[in-house]
Design a protein around this ligand. Sequence first.
Ligand code: PEP
Ligand code: MG
Length: 572
Amino acid sequence: MSILLKGLSVSKGICIGKAILISKDEINYVPSFIKKSQTKSEVNKFVKSLSNIKKEYKKSRDKIKDNPSITKLMETQLFFVEDKDFQKHVINNIENNLYTANWAIATEYRNIKKSFDDIKDKYIKERLIDIKQMVISLLDLLQPSKKENVFSKVNLENRFIVTDEITPKDIIDIYQNKGLGVITSHGSTSSHSAILSKSLSLPMMIKVQSSREIIQDNDIIIMDSDDEVIVVSPDQFELEYFKKLQSKKYSLQKDLRKVLKKKSLTNDGTKINIMSNLELSDEVDFLNNDCDGIGLFRTEYLYMNRRDLPSEKEQISVYKKIFKSMGNKPVTLRTLDIGSDKEVSENIKVGEIAKNPALGLRGIRYSLNEKYIFKTQIKAMLRAGYNNSLRILIPMITSLSEIIKTRELIDDVKLQLKKERKNFTNKYDLGIMIEVPACALQSDELAKHVDFMSIGTNDLIQYTLAIDRIDDEVSSLYDPTNPAVLTLIKKVIESAHKYKIDVTVCGEMAGEKSYTKLLLGLGLKSFSMHPQAIPEVKNIILNSHINKIKRKISAILRSNDRLQRQKLIDNL
Ligand code: PEP
Ligand code: MG
């Protein structure tokens, strides 16, 4: 019988495939398969590690004979290593499900863990810790590089990843390994993982309650994240229904994409810039040049999922690829915005003592602290920008001094490039992200020192309302329409107009069709969003009359009731 689950959609799409359960909190699961011909050697690998671990335990037990409590512990662990049921189940998983030894072990551990849920006896319940330790040792033996990314080098084709939480690093791995979709039991819609999944068109639903308990490995799943529903083990009727829905939606989307070829003018003839956000340079291939440029390239993803830093040469080739696909349209390269929920590899230290990473060494703070990394990036940007339309964007600015220091550093880099006799551009625009209230409040002054401003509503909302954007416990309070947020956005737009510089919104609000008219009413003429959102948002822009909207804006700014505000916004 099929089971229906509900959740929150962060990245839309209808897809059908099989589930892989991954528990990152407990044991580092590595969902991987072998070929039928490899079963014998995989079973041997498992048996050998089991016997090695047995020897190790025996050695340790004999060494510490004098300590009865440790001896007892070793005895218990030995008991589990010798447990025939455990061995039988793992071997069965290898032989019949073609799991690798380590995944077979991890899966069996999860089953054991589940069976412990109903045990009331405290002493027996605590033995799970001993089993877990034994399993960890076994996995270590089988796969020494246990710290590798859970999803890397694994074929996830036609598979849904079902897990508790997901990081941006994981999303990249899942995307690169051709995963079908992601289902999590926690998460928030404004996290970088959510943004990435949208950008990469990787369907994802979060806060799917009981998903980890109900969905089993290899279960067939239908995920309709357009309607926020998941069907576990669907029947034939459901399968056919969703397949039809899938093709219907596909043709609707195709129709909507026709809007891309039209000029982006409102009903009253105002030109609105619609640019694309980009996370991975590969995405540029899907853009078809159907936008007014790149409003935000989040370069931090170049630094993730690897142990080394991207060299100047490597960065140049990535940036050039984007310039090339955009022709002479502007390309906005944001300098490294590492920190907070964007983890980096161990070699890049980010706020070693950051108890609260969102307020720590993030964005420009990190870059000015790690000048070598920053200079390499600026060099690559200036070199790739030669004969191209380059806009350099600085994240997490809070004061004028950071802009001045950045300009000084860029001047240093130019001198260096001159000495090295390298071609580089002198004609670039320098802009700042407005994502901290301090920066928004000073926008009148800061606008005099930069060529453009880009409003990062994701962080601006986080910092204005003191809501951690990745904390699902407070996510219901994350309100883009809060009057404080709207007042700051309005102020920044007005400051930019006063000093005749460009201002764009590149946070998720720009790609949310329910806020398009609101932003137009606040005076915005430039949007940057994930590419999939462009057709819908553009369609609304083409059907908007700015002057009519503007008349209704002050009532929204005055309203202190969220529901009433939303009604007013819906009626724009
Ligand atoms: C933002 O904060 O709105 C933004 C675009 O930057 P990021 O989401 O990468 O923090
Ligand atoms: Mg930001």
